[in-house]
Design a protein around this ligand. Structure first.
Ligand code: NAD
Length: 487
């Protein structure tokens, strides 16, 4: 008889809670293909339970001075530093990325938390004497109960794009993590509790579509952030805003790297290879398309050499599922059938001792045409499609024609060309000689076009706008009766 898998709990009102009668989904270890646990597909019942707990706790939390609230996050940061190995192991196990990539992910969470710890300074409000004896002030109030729906690719970092900022600003939160990576979220909840966060302020409800729909529909939730594919981002944005919620929904990506013949060979080759293969290409900031302008064969040759040094199971992690592996390999096969040239082929990768793991090796495909499916769609695997043009203007046209707009990079030693690309690329995050142009705190994260729906960015100062309501108070202390407040 096979042993029953442990069922992942929800975390509601400071305690682990089973989702009664919920349908269960098997969670597999991407590196080995072995089943790890069952994930409950929670419904409105569990979401409602979490909302009630959050509502009860939120008023007291909002009434706690921000300088006290932030102390929880100073402790949270210290706990993460102390538990770095445990938290990174968890990311590695559930997501399949390498241990080094998992450490980098938790380190980024720590940086995000550091930013939140500066909130008392950033959200101090504004005050001005607008006419003689009359003051206008702005105070920021929390939105109330907010929700955060996250994808599988960064189980620790993406939830923490919003957790520290939203909670420091006085909100209570419900996190619905990806059902493909349910473990880190529960650990985050436990660490926050250990750091002194009152019960009910942070809750985790596991599940899939039904839980997300319940979050969109629940009248007790006032704002939500979503990170995931564009298809679902659009559905969630429409559904949440139709219930008059504030929503910010980040979607998929197809990031272009424009490479000029004068680019530094070694640096470009290693940067592009790392960008397309890091986290097995499952990053919304991954280089997916490269546009080579003019004679760049010397760079492509070096790039292929770099790609061959990236070995599945060693310095390349697994992709998330068997279905993802099959989908990525299908894109490569179709590109080959349509006349593209596969220079480095990662199909059929097998890791000794982990034969059932979901691995795809690094793949470089040259002479891809902009109309091919692999050039237009998000592949989300360690695959780079190379297109060729004669001019930078043509390269920009290809980049601009893509519906996404998360990131774009240029590799050149010419300041003029770099500036031209930075100005004309239609993307929210630009790199010059940088393959993964993720802005570091305090600069905010967010794309353009079909990579983001809603105003503002998800991190940085934008989060203050998103997670608070400004109250404007005008006060007259001028005793002269004949003066009105405008004088
Ligand atoms: P996904 O869209 O499949 O899932 C994201 C979340 O939506 C999950 O929590 C999932 O349970 C839920 N969901 C799935 N289908 C749903 C439906 N029909 N209705 C309601 N909810 C649903 O995304 P994923 O595969 O987990 O993550 C990969 C995607 O996320 C890629 O497209 C990637 O580019 C994107 N991503 C974007 C960013 C960004 O900053 N723009 C960051 C990370 C990942």
């Amino acid at each position: 008889m096979t042993q029953a898998l442990p069922v992942v709990p929800n975390f509601i009102n400071g305690k682990q809670r089973a989702a009664d009668k919920a349908e269960l989904l098997t969670k597999y270890n991407p590196s080995t293909g072995e089943p790890m646990a069952s994930v409950p597909l929670s419904t409105m019942k569990e979401v409602d339970e979490a909302v009630k707990a959050a509502q009860q706790a939120q008023a007291g939390w909002a009434a706690t001075p921000i300088k006290e609230r932030v102390q929880v996050f100073f402790r949270y940061k210290r706990l993460m530093e102390e538990r770095m190995k445990e938290l990174s192991d968890l990311v590695h196990e559930e997501n399949g990325k390498t241990y080094a990539e998992s450490v980098a992910e938790v380190e980024k969470t720590i940086e995000l938390t550091e930013f939140a710890c500066s909130m008392p300074q950033l959200a101090a409000g504004e005050l001005l004497e607008v006419s003689k004896g009359v003051e206008c002030r702005i105070n920021r109030y929390p939105v109330g109960v907010v929700a955060c729906i996250t994808p599988f690719n960064f189980p620790n970092m993406v939830p923490n794009w919003t957790i520290p900022n939203a909670i420091v600003l006085g909100n209570a939160m419900i996190l619905k993590p990806s059902e493909l990576v349910p473990f880190s979220s529960i650990r985050i909840a436990e660490l926050l509790k250990e750091a002194g966060l009152p019960d009910g302020i942070f809750n985790v409800v596991n599940g899939g579509q039904a839980a997300v729909e319940a979050i969109c529909d629940h009248p007790g939730i006032h704002a939500l952030t979503f990170v995931g594919s564009t298809k679902v981002a659009k559905i969630v944005y429409q559904r949440a805003t139709s219930h008059y919620k504030r929503a910010l929904c980040l979607g998929g990506a197809k990031n272009h790297l424009i490479v000029l013949p004068d680019a530094h060979e070694e640096m470009t080759a290693s940067n592009v290879a790392a960008s397309m293969s890091g986290c097995a290409g499952q990053r919304c900031m991954a280089a997916s398309a490269m546009v080579g302008v003019g004679k760049i064969d010397h760079i492509i040759e070096k790039l292929c050499n770099e790609a061959r040094k990236i070995v599945p199971g060693k310095n390349l992690g697994a992709v998330i599922s068997k279905q993802a592996k099959e989908r990525i390999e299908r894109y490569i096969t179709e590109a080959g059938q349509q006349g593209a040239k596969i220079l480095v082929d990662g199909r059929g990768a097998v890791v000794a001792g982990k034969e059932n793991g979901f691995y795809v090796g690094p793949t470089v495909i040259d002479h891809v045409r902009p109309d091919m499916k692999i050039a237009r769609e998000e592949v989300f695997g360690p695959v780079l499609s190379i297109m060729r043009t004669e001019t930078v203007e043509e390269a920009i046209q290809i980049e601009n024609a893509n519906p996404y707009g998360n990131a774009a990079s240029v590799f050149t030693q010419s300041g003029g060309i770099a500036r031209y690309v930075a100005e004309h690329a239609s993307a929210g995050m630009i790199g010059v000689n940088i393959g993964v142009p993720v802005p570091r705190e305090p600069f905010s994260f967010g794309g353009w076009n079909e990579s983001k729906f809603g105003a503002g960015d998800i991190t940085g100062k934008s989060s203050i706008e998103f997670f608070t309501k400004p109250k404007k108070t005008t006060v007259k202390w001028n005793p002269e009766a004949r003066r009105n407040w405008m004088s």
